[in-house]
Design a protein around this ligand. Sequence first.
Ligand SMILES: [Zn+2]
Length: 121
Amino acid sequence: MSKTYRFLAVLLILMVSQILMAQNNDNPAAGWLACGGCGFAIVMIVVGLGIAIFLAIWVSRDAKARGMDNATLWVVLVIFLGLIGLVIYLIVRPKGNIIKCPSCQGKRLEGSPKCPQCGNA
Ligand SMILES: [Zn+2]
């Protein structure tokens, strides 16, 4: 048995024994609380990840449509700073409406000299 497998086996035994101990608790509410707390943490992580991915995609598309050449940098900033990064982005980004480009149907900033997608005026 390799060291990694032994480590995983010990980890599994620890996890299982913890679950069993939680269920054997005198107070039945404690087990439910522990389980609910765990589920809540998982839901929060999934929701947080979902929001982060959604924001990253939105910022990436918005920054490209506005012709910002550092779109990737803004995506990284929003992922790491979260809501604060988003607020900074909303303040710093070029203001104006996003319109459909008449040439390529892509999104571009209204009044921009050229389309960031196709380069047409
Ligand atoms: Zn275009």
